[in-house]
Design a protein around this ligand. Structure first.
Ligand code: PBG
Length: 327
């Protein structure tokens, strides 16, 4: 048959397929989310995230040794305080779980890059991502709280802070606070394009952070909107964000591609708790091949344009990369 163009020619062998592969992966682009709680000598499995645990800081090495060995270089830390209050004052407590976790990790594992999630919802008794005024979150008042939290993380030794609250102007507010306190070199990874998503369900159990009333739709984005995502990304870039993030990942890869093309900042995407939980549930039923699904999800994020991938499967992905199964 006269057919000069035959795409199958380049798929003939493993070596050739790898030569022409378009998406390359490296474990240094993976970020592993990790939950720390107050108290001592506790490690609790998160029932909605089988295989993921909450640790007290004194037991951090149990998971940090595993992370170090896996080849993952970076963690994203969340704190779960014993006591919550209306304003979420635990968020900036110098001896809070996140602050202590950062100090402990940087001391024993200085090579691990520590990113801290900056938000109020784990610390407020009302479960919202900021201070409540009337029946909604007060944007400008919340900026002060977030700035204090971010500063306390930087003071504890955080390598990067990651605001996930979706208040207007929070990147500029946090940048100004860090700069005027001697942390001009601490980067901000902004959860810039964060949708009001049901995919966060299992996380809210993990962090005990479900809102006591209402939902997060007055601050997180409407799932129907694309251009608004671009508006948020460009705003955060203009406010001084160093890295942008799209969240969730799997159902929002259109946004990953668009923002990658429209900005010149590194781009992260977060494969959130609901994505992990769905894979775990289906795998437990024997309906899917867990490893291959996890690989496909990660590759699709990088193919869409992500530079960094935040995943509860980061350790496994690092292993798959090492074994040459992906990347
Ligand atoms: C805090 C925060 C959330 C997640 C990351 N930071 C929860 C939320 O916004 O409700 C979700 C992470 C996940 O689902 O894995 N605001």
């Amino acid at each position: 048959m006269d057919m000069p163009i035959r795409p199958r020619r380049l798929r003939a062998s493993e070596t050739l397929r790898k030569m022409v592969r378009e998406t390359r992966m490296d474990a240094s682009t993976l970020i592993y989310p990790l939950f720390f709680m107050d108290g001592t000598n506790r490690k609790e499995e998160i029932s909605s995230l089988p295989g993921q645990f909450r640790y007290t800081v004194d037991r951090a090495s149990e998971i940090m040794d595993e992370i170090s060995e896996s080849g993952v270089k970076s963690v994203l830390l969340f704190g779960i305080p014993d006591k919550k209050d209306e304003l979420g004052s635990g968020a900036w407590a110098p001896d809070g779980a996140v602050q202590r976790a950062v100090r402990a990790i940087k001391e024993k594992y200085p090579q691990i890059f520590c990113i801290t999630d900056v938000c109020m919802c784990e610390y407020t008794s009302q479960g919202h991502c900021g201070a409540i005024e009337g029946c909604d979150v007060d944007n400008d008042k919340t900026l002060e709280l977030l700035s204090k939290a971010a500063l306390s993380h930087a003071q504890a030794g955080a390598d990067m802070v990651a605001p996930s609250d979706m208040m207007d102007g929070r990147v500029a507010a946090i940048r100004a606070t860090l700069d005027s306190n001697g942390f001009a070199n601490t980067p901000i990874m902004s959860y810039a394009v964060k949708y009001a998503s049901a995919f966060y369900g299992p996380f809210r159990e993990a962090a005990d952070s479900a809102p006591a009333f209402g939902d997060r739709q007055s601050y997180q984005m409407d799932i129907h909107n694309r251009r608004e995502g671009m508006k948020e990304a460009l705003l955060d870039a203009a406010e001084g964000a160093d890295i942008l993030m799209v969240k969730p990942a799997m159902s929002y890869l259109d946004m990953v591609r668009e923002i990658k093309d429209a900005t010149n900042l590194p781009l992260a995407t977060y494969s959130v708790s609901g994505e992990y939980a769905m894979v775990k549930a289906a795998a437990a039923n024997g309906w899917i091949s867990e490893d291959r699904i996890v690989c496909e999800m990660a590759v699709s994020a990088f193919r869409a344009g992500a530079d960094l991938y935040i995943s509860y499967y980061a350790k496994e992905l690092a292993k798959f990369i090492k074994e040459g199964r992906i990347g």
